[in-house]
Design a protein around this ligand. Structure first.
Ligand SMILES: Cc1cc2nc3c(=O)[nH]c(=O)nc-3n(C[C@H](O)[C@H](O)[C@H](O)COP(=O)(O)OP(=O)(O)OC[C@H]3O[C@@H](n4cnc5c(N)ncnc54)[C@H](O)[C@@H]3O)c2cc1C
Length: 546
């Protein structure tokens, strides 16, 4: 039998244990430390200090093959012709915020007012409406351009406009504008719909992740025990009370205990896995794997939501975009320009502009977000179909998908990855909206200044393109936009799939909260880092005020 050690690196008891140092885990930790609580933050991955992670242009370098990324894989997806989606997630302090494309987005007010409605049930003081969460978004934000009703400029998270924009990006904005979409300078203000440049979580060409914003300022705080490359296996529960966790570091197993609470922030795939390995989940599922049930919560691992994305890719009729900018003498020139002057394409994550539209009813809320990339977007799904060249890509993303998937255990062995059923496009309305979004943005590649720089559209094949062919194209290329959420959702008392109450407490187990995207009852419309950090700050207050 394996020998389990008490954690004798440092103190064996802390006030709080936070499992997972990602977007939410870092921000909740900082809130607790600010009130002089002792916290042990256990992170499975590596330190965030790495040049490639810091510079915006590092994004496309690390995304397909890096030790800072865990590549989760779905089971074959029935609605995508049996393909298996690869879903990268951060394996580093800062989690997704240390590896992502840095686009700063919150979603819209209606997202949070919807949560408020979902949580209403028999509890009247749930506190998740837009009015409740906006102060958290503003308090974390250090925006270099905006300081108003919607934005803050004194927070820890640096937000700025990109220093470098490719000319194709301006063409994209003009073309989409000519299609009737209004120009916007701010997707996080009163109105989400529009087309324009994104803002980014960085400053002066350096990433501002949750690790930099929330943990670095605490590095000399003796109340913080930060343990990297420490993978939590399960929660220690006695008499339905969470008292500690077991974790692995350097192939040894350790235990550490909390005087107050344990907060699980390991992301939407691993949070439900840890809960299930600890006996919290659907009793019947746990029984299959010989795990004793501590709390029968059938919602654990259910309600998996992700934003599906689908590409449109075109070859350019000239030397436009970023092709060859990371090769040979151009790479050296760009690196020198960045290091000596802080200028040039190294300042770009490659995703520079976007749009929020409703391609079916322009008077309704936006249900499609678009990302414009001034190069040919090669990933695990497109790699076999295209050759790199001068070109451009638009990905269309469904912001409020109706499809739901699940995360289940493969076995009771913590080393086994979870079974992920992502179910993108399972719901027929999702396919309909995706096709409408694709059709709309295809026009941007065919008309206006952008259309003028297109030699040929490579994906999809536009010859005799009809709805049936669009459907085939979507099934072939739809993939994650990297935002898995919802697998341990907050819900009202009468919701049988609610894992948490509206204070993020696990139902039926004392001293245990969840704090990451898993808690979302429905996904926000737009990228998810800022919402995940907001969840951490809000969770900190809920804990400290309880
Ligand atoms: C490639 C990519 C691009 C993205 N682009 C953007 C973007 O441009 N803008 C945006 O807003 N969002 C973007 N996102 C999404 C955003 O980064 C995530 O939604 C967000 O980080 C999720 O926060 P979280 O706290 O739920 O989980 P995470 O940030 O994933 O944090 C979970 C943490 O738990 C750790 N962990 C896992 N298992 C264990 C364990 N057993 N023990 C201890 N620790 C564990 C992980 O290593 C990780 O650090 C992107 C994400 C990815 C992956």
């Amino acid at each position: 039998m394996e020998h389990i050690q008490q954690d004798n690196f440092m103190k064996n008891y802390v006030d709080y244990i936070v499992v997972g140092g990602g977007a939410s885990g870092c921000s909740v930790t900082s809130k607790l430390l600010a009130k002089n609580q002792s916290v042990c933050l256990l992170e499975a991955g590596y330190s965030h200090r790495n040049f490639l992670l810091d510079v915006p242009a590092g994004f496309f370098k690390i995304i397909n093959d890096s030790k800072y990324v865990t590549y989760h894989k779905t089971i074959p997806q029935k609605h995508l012709g049996g393909r298996q989606n690869i879903i990268p997630q951060g394996n580093v302090l800062g989690g997704g915020t240390s590896i992502n494309a840095q686009v700063y987005m919150r979603g819209r007010s209606e997202d949070y007012d919807e949560w408020q409605e979902i949580l209403r049930g028999n509890n009247d003081s749930h506190g998740w409406s837009w009015k409740d969460v906006l102060p958290y978004f503003k308090s974390m934000e250090n925006n270099s351009r905006l300081d108003n009703e919607y934005h803050g400029s004194k927070g820890a998270l640096k937000v700025s406009d990109s220093i470098h924009i490719n000319e194709l990006t301006h063409d994209f904005i003009k073309s989409v504008n000519q299609l009737g979409v209004p120009l916007t300078q701010d997707f996080n203000g009163r109105e989400q719909k529009g087309v324009g440049l994104y803002q980014f979580m960085n400053s002066g060409g350096k990433r501002s992740s949750a690790a930099y914003a929330f943990i670095d300022p605490q590095k000399n705080n003796t109340n913080l025990q930060l343990k990297l490359q420490s993978k939590v296996i399960k929660i220690i529960i006695e008499n339905n009370k969470a008292i500690g966790v077991e974790y692995k570091k350097d192939n040894k197993t350790f235990k550490i205990f909390a005087n107050k609470e344990i907060i699980i922030s390991a992301g939407s795939f691993i949070t439900p896995k840890i809960l299930m390995l600890s006996g919290i989940g659907n009793e019947k599922e746990l029984f299959k794997h010989n795990i004793k049930c501590v709390a029968n919560l059938p919602g654990v691992g259910e309600n998996l939501i992700d934003h599906p994305e689908c590409p449109l890719i075109a070859r350019a009729n000239g030397k436009y975009g970023y092709f060859k900018q990371v090769q040979g003498w151009r790479m050296i020139k760009n690196a020198l320009e960045f290091l000596m002057l802080g200028k040039g394409p190294v300042n770009s994550t490659g995703v520079e502009a976007g749009a929020f539209i409703n391609p079916i009813n322009k008077n309704d809320l936006a249900y499609i977000q678009a990302f414009f990339v001034p190069s040919i977007y090669i990933n695990s799904d497109t790699v076999n179909f295209i050759k790199d060249d001068y070109g451009m890509s638009i990905t269309t993303v469904m912001t409020k998908p109706k499809s739901r998937g699940s995360v289940k255990l493969q076995s009771n062995n913590p080393n086994d990855p979870p079974i992920i059923e992502l179910n993108l496009l399972k719901h027929p309305d999702d396919l309909k909206m995706m096709i409408a979004g694709q059709k709309f943005f295809l026009k941007a590649l065919q008309e206006g200044p952008l259309g003028g720089k297109v030699k040929e559209i490579i994906i999809p094949n536009i010859k005799d393109l009809d709805d049936k062919k669009f459907e085939i194209h979507c099934k072939k290329f739809v993939r994650t936009n990297y935002h898995p959420s919802g697998t341990a959702k907050m819900g009202s008392d009468d919701d049988k799939l609610a894992v948490l109450d509206s204070k993020m407490r696990v139902r039926g187990v004392q001293n245990l909260r969840i704090c990451d995207l898993s808690v979302m009852p429905n996904i926000n419309s737009g990228n998810t880092s800022a919402p995940a950090m907001m969840l951490g700050l809000r969770c900190g207050d809920l804990i400290l005020n309880s």
